[in-house]
Design a protein around this ligand. Structure first.
Ligand code: PEP
Ligand code: MN
Length: 339
């Protein structure tokens, strides 16, 4: 931690700061300039807080040097983590596409969806059984029956599945249904008890970005999972709230290279929840790949007009296939072909 003293701070105030640093088990490095003195607290600064010093006389400010995330940071692990989902690498040499409906509706809808996303080239199947809807009167998801339909449809196509877990009490059920990747949705990004629980299991976790979470808050949320021992974490940018209602959210393209620099973990993008309109999805998906994303998660529905949730943003089979055709050369150009 760096403690900046006010201009002309007295020797007594400087000594008090040094005393506090030593009392915490660290030592000081004092740099006396012509105007002000800057004191470095050297050692494990985790036991220190900025306010411990900022409330002392003649201290202007105190700055942390070490970040509040470690396990997930590139400083600790320079090489990329490749998360394996039943033999499919995420974050490696190829780009992965996860696709499927926003919510599981019926056995037949799920079978149609699974068939068309696999034929179109997606390797993982998504489907929400527990839905965090804005209105309590909207369809809330089929619950456990949804997990069952999702798994049946996925097994028939030989695909791993991704589904959102909203409540710690359902974790055992997710494990029982062998959900391959647990999605923590935007609304739960800072549900720390849920993060701690999924940190204790060995299933990969997709951690979506909170509605207005900063990149650093998002990294710390991942650290909550990692601390428990589960390092199979995949970040998913899905747009953030902005002032403009023209799109559902604003896809934060900048977050992709920022995260790739800060963390060794894979970063994928959900352009469907960002744009909120199916016609916006192809442009956003291309932008994500061009910006270095490790994959995409797309809402795809056999009949978007009849969808029970988020039909506006779902691609139909033809649009999905057309997008995959468009993405192939782009992925090649980026040096990372689609899986
Ligand atoms: C979803 O993936 O279906 C979902 C609810 O997304 P988000 O948490 O990003 O809103
Ligand atoms: Mn959704």
């Amino acid at each position: 931690m760096i403690i900046v003293m006010s201009p002309g701070a007295s020797a007594q105030s400087i000594d008090d700061v040094i005393g506090k640093i030593r009392a915490a088990g660290l030592y000081e490095h004092v740099s006396r300039g012509t105007e002000r003195t800057i004191i470095g607290a050297v050692g494990d600064e985790r036991s220190l807080q900025a306010s411990m010093f900022e409330l002392m006389p003649e201290v202007e400010r105190a700055l942390r040097v070490v970040k509040d995330y470690r396990i997930v940071s590139r400083e600790v692990q320079p090489q990329n983590t490749v998360v394996q989902v039943r033999g499919l690498p995420i974050g490696g040499a190829v780009l992965q596409v996860i696709a499927g409906p926003g919510s599981v509706e019926t056995e037949q809808q799920m079978q149609l969806a699974a068939n068309l996303v696999r034929t179109g080239g997606a390797k993982l199947l998504r489907g929400g059984a527990f839905k965090p809807r804005t209105s309590p009167y909207s369809f809330q998801g089929l619950g456990v029956a949804g997990l069952d339909y999702l798994q049946q449809a996925a097994r028939a196509q030989g695909m791993p599945v991704v589904s959102e877990l909203m409540d710690v009490r359902m974790l055992d059920t997710f494990l029982e249904y062998d959900i391959d990747v647990i999605e923590i949705g935007a609304r739960n990004m800072q549900n720390v008890d849920l993060l701690k629980e999924v940190g204790r299991i060995n299933k990969p976790v997709i951690l979506k970005r909170g509605l207005s979470a900063t990149v650093s808050e998002w990294l710390m949320a991942a650290e909550y999972i990692a601390i428990g021992g589960n390092h199979n974490i995949i970040f998913c940018e899905r747009g953030v709230r902005s002032f403009d209602p023209a799109s559902r959210n604003t896809l934060d393209i900048t977050a992709i290279p920022l995260l790739k620099r800060e963390t060794h973990l894979p970063v994928i993008v959900d352009p469907s929840h960002a744009g909120g309109k199916a016609w916006l999805v192809p442009a956003l998906a291309c932008a994500a790949i061009a910006s270095g994303a490790d994959g995409l998660m797309l809402d795809v529905h056999p009949a978007p007009a009849d969808a029970w949730c988020d039909g506006d943003q779902a691609l139909d089979g033809a649009a999905f296939t057309a997008l995959m055709t468009q993405l192939h050369p782009l992925a090649q150009l980026m040096g990372r072909p689609l899986a």
